[in-house]
Design a protein around this ligand. Structure first.
Ligand code: HEC
Length: 126
């Protein structure tokens, strides 16, 4: 009697261990299949990425003290004029609204335009 009871307990223990290990396996499997987040795109920031482009391509005209045109030298100014900036830098270079104005500076590169887009699609990080 006692012996068979013991065996029975052993079976239960094994069953529990098996269940546990399958559950744990399942957990770790689902963790590895759902976790791989898309390689997070680097966050584009105004200070690190956008301001240098503006300074290189839009100064002095849009930067005080020398610039007399609309100020585009601060985070808020660029954020508030974002749509028009993005449109103008992507116009054909001979378009009258194209910026930088009349080829006074090099046009934005494709990479710079992409940075502007990424910045706008993100949270316009300061
Ligand atoms: C050589 C000087 C010069 C440079 C460099 C220049 N701009 Fe301009 N910008 C102007 C002039 C002049 C105007 C006004 C004429 C017009 O609206 O097209 C203007 C107007 C603008 C406007 C419209 C502002 C408004 O509401 O009146 C935007 C936006 C703009 N520029 C963006 C840019 C950006 C972005 C760059 C850099 C990629 C840039 N500009 C570089 C001279 C310049």
């Amino acid at each position: 009697m006692g012996r068979s009871k013991k065996k029975h307990h052993g079976l239960i223990t094994i069953t529990i261990l098996l269940l546990l290990s399958t559950t744990l396996q399942f957990c770790s499997t689902s963790r590895t299949t759902t976790k791989p987040e898309p390689v997070a795109a680097r966050v584009v920031s105004y200070t690190k990425d956008i301001q240098p482009i503006m300074a290189a391509k839009c100064a002095p005209c849009h930067f005080p003290e020398t610039g007399k045109k609309k100020k585009l030298n601060t985070y808020l100014a660029v954020r508030d004029n974002y749509k028009e900036i993005l449109v103008r830098v992507q116009l054909p270079a001979d378009h009258e609204d194209f910026m930088p104005f009349k080829g006074k500076k090099e046009p934005l590169t494709a990479a710079e335009i992409q940075l502007l887009k990424d910045w706008g699609e993100g949270k316009m990080q300061d």
